[in-house]
Design a protein around this ligand. Structure first.
Ligand code: SF4
Length: 420
């Protein structure tokens, strides 16, 4: 007897919950919170205006926390002004300070910087060597406790604690059957993150306010490390493939790695570390992160456009242009629509190239159009809520479809008639 094919969904996550706060804005990370999106600026933080503008762009694209570089006394001195500028622009996205090497000094000597940030990113691999390591790490944790901030203890295998790695290598050499060198590396990453978090807790920082990450640049390595990390602790986890690369390669690698882990229920906040291509907006990394979560069915950010790839049956590029136009239009409307038309982010639009799959796919969408393929009569049936509503003809098909979508959004998601 046939049994039904089991349905699948991401496993439930089971981490503690951190709170990253600025004013009235509270971004919860972990626990029952949705998987959060983060990004990082590539401006010189000393340039207050340029940094504030980029933070705002990233936030408007959907980044729920934005990390900025705090690498020098000048950058630390600029941080409160970046914050002030953002507040003046009406942007309350929490800022995360990225500290390396001198973070202990900057957080101590620039208290206004420490207050203006909502979370500190600490890399245990470069807080200092030997005796200084614990002391300098401790100073950063003290600052987090003093100002009631969350921390991310972020280990990266490009800057792994070399003393710890050497100890683990020695230990491995003493094993009857030594582990693979990669496994020793995984162990070093996980041990560095968890032991640092435990030290922070021993100092008095709440474990709820600690987020961990162990970033590597290989997909299979990332999956292995995070599965190990997640099995050994219940801290909230920040997920990301470091140095993912440019364009398609970086996008695909990030999507592959993050999707596997998110499906396992691993990961409470994500960043896609894309190297922007010349002329490409920094916000692309936020778009990719949102698309990953939306494709996984975990969150909805923008209405989705289902478009067929086109084939020999397609007579022209009309349907490609229409799909592209609609997608662009929907994205550009979202900053306003998100507030004006609640639920619109779940809308599904289909733009199909011919009659083979067009009507069927269009019926599954909230609103869809099936353009005429090669040899078909020049008519484009439009389906609304699964029913054929009308047929468009002539040169203004694209324009008229835009208008129909707009009217549908107003009718279905308008404030007076929210029905979903
Ligand atoms: S819907 Fe039609 S045009 Fe689009 S890929 Fe399928 S057969 Fe080709």
């Amino acid at each position: 007897m046939l049994s039904p094919v089991p349905m699948v969904a991401p496993a439930a996550r089971k981490s503690r919950q951190a709170r990253v706060v600025w004013g009235d804005r509270v971004v919860t990370v972990g626990g029952d919170a949705p998987v959060r999106i983060q990004s990082m600026t590539n401006t010189d933080t000393v340039d207050v205006i340029e940094t504030a503008i980029q933070v705002k762009e990233l936030a408007q694209a959907g980044s729920e926390m934005v990390r900025i570089t705090v690498n020098t006394p000048e950058a630390a001195a600029a941080v409160p002004y970046v914050r002030e500028q953002l507040d003046r622009m009406g942007e309350n996205v929490p800022l995360v300070g990225d500290f390396h090497y001198n973070g202990h000094r900057l957080l101590t000597e620039y208290p206004e910087c420490a207050k203006a940030l909502s979370k500190y990113r600490i890399n245990p691999g470069n807080v200092g060597k030997g005796d200084k390591k614990d002391k300098q790490f401790g100073q950063m944790i003290e600052a987090a406790m003093q100002y009631d901030k969350a921390v991310r203890i972020g280990v990266n295998w490009g800057s792994l604690d070399q003393e710890l790695l050497a100890d683990l290598m020695d230990e491995n050499n003493r094993r009857a059957v030594p582990w693979d060198g990669r496994q020793v590396m995984y162990e070093a990453l996980i041990t560095s993150a968890i032991s640092s978090a435990q030290r922070a807790e021993e100092m008095g920082l709440s474990g709820d306010q600690i987020i961990l990450s162990c970033k590597v640049s290989g997909v299979q390595d990332l999956v292995a490390v995070y599965r190990g990390l997640s099995a050994r602790c219940d801290y909230a986890l920040h997920l990301g493939l470091t140095e993912a690369g440019m364009g398609t390669k970086g996008t695909v690698a990030s999507a592959a790695a993050l999707s596997i882990l998110l499906q396992d229920g691993i990961g409470d906040t994500i960043r896609v570390s894309l190297t922007p291509q010349p002329g490409e907006a920094r916000t692309q990394e936020v778009v990719v992160a949102s698309e990953i979560l939306q494709a996984m069915g975990m969150r909805s950010f923008v209405p989705s456009v289902t478009a067929c790839p086109g084939c020999g049956r397609t007579t022209s590029t009309t349907f490609q242009e229409l799909a592209h136009d609609i997608d662009k239009h929907l994205r550009s409307q979202m900053p306003v629509w998100r507030v004006k038309y609640p639920g619109v982010e779940k809308m599904k639009v289909a733009v199909m190239g011919c009659i083979v799959n067009g009507p069927g796919e269009s019926k599954h969408a909230d609103i869809g159009i099936s353009l005429p393929g090669s040899g078909e009569s020049p008519a484009a049936p439009v389906f609304i809520d699964g029913e054929k509503a009308l047929t468009l003809r002539g040169d203004r098909i694209a324009q008229e479809f835009h208008e129909i979508v707009q009217a549908y959004v107003e009718r279905r998601y308008g404030a007076a008639k929210v029905d979903n």
